[in-house]
Design a protein around this ligand. Sequence first.
Ligand SMILES: COc1cccc(CC(=N)NC(=O)c2cccnc2OC2CCNCC2)c1
Length: 389
Amino acid sequence: KKHKFWETQPVGKFKEVGDSSLPEGPIDPPTPLSEVKQEPYNLPSSYEWTTCDMDSEETCLEVYNLLKNNYVEDDENMFRFNYSKEFLRWALHPPSYFRSWHIGVRAKASKKVVAFITGVPARIRVRDEVVRMAEINFLCVHKKLRSKRLAPVMIKEVTRRVHLENIWQAAYTAGVVLPTPITTCQYWHRSLNPKKLIDVGFSRLGARMTISRTIKLYKLPDSPVTPGFRKMELRDVPAVTRLLRNYLSQFVVAPDFDEDDVEHWLLPSENVVDSYLVESPETHEITDFCSFYTLPSSILGNQTYSTLKAAYSYYNVSTKTPLLQLMNDALIVAKQKDYDVFNALDVMQNESFLKELKFGPGDGKLHYYLYNYQIRRELKPSELGLVLL
Ligand SMILES: COc1cccc(CC(=N)NC(=O)c2cccnc2OC2CCNCC2)c1
């Protein structure tokens, strides 16, 4: 039966009706901490739980290799996400993170990590309610252990450990439809290295197009065109926080970032996250901001190339520079840094630049979910101000 597990969980089941009648907020009330299950859920007998200390080089490498060989692939199984070790440490160590939410499953015999699931704490605003949530990510079961029903018990275990920290809501994304998406996003790709993208089968040569014509079509200037466009620095954190908080206030669902969050999530970190801003040459005011994170993909079964270098649009704010020009400058710096492709979802105001900047639609969708939080009606992607890694 479809969704045997999810029908047992506090997730939205309502079909869309007029949005005034439906209540909005937690589905189940918090449980008294003394009533939260104190001991871990049972795993099949040959497996055991392990907490993954991502600061341990050895453990981080084990998790890196599990994901590199067994994590999400595209619909045609030509590419697989290849999150770097430094990216995983960044993604899992935000302010006030809980090591106990970095959960591995080891095979008792081999001691190998064969499955993984994580949570990190986040403050997410839904309309005018700021809710403490867990952002759940990196659910991965080794290819050889699929359909042993490990995922439901891993989801229950991370939920139990989140409950122990008195947090009762969560946010997550998936490429599959589960009960019940708060919104469904289309992903888009902008070619930066069209020749390689065609060689590896990520893109196809357009009808009546030659390679040289395609290279010309995607050509970009050698450097950003906006005066005052520069990398973000530590001293910019207060101004970027103000700019970002103000910009995100327009969306129905968005992170409630403070300066510590901005310092962690948006200060540039090589091969992990890149952030740029526009400082007005006259007034030195910071007027705009753009950022992208680095998530390479392994190319499965290509003789010439093994890795696709991909940038993923993160948070972008435009108050003076047109968003179109700001994002074109982001494409220009990504090309300068030898990225092959720049990806974006149609969230926030991204739809306003996608077609004009020559993004093409991807072949899949990304669904966003909230756990134990009912929303009045399904949102449009443009009402969503949350980007998960
Ligand atoms: C190109 O290599 C791929 C390797 C694995 C999967 C996909 C397709 C895909 N599923 N893409 C996305 O989910 C995606 C497309 C655009 C922007 N963000 C995305 O996902 C992010 C956010 C959710 N967690 C994964 C990374 C592509």
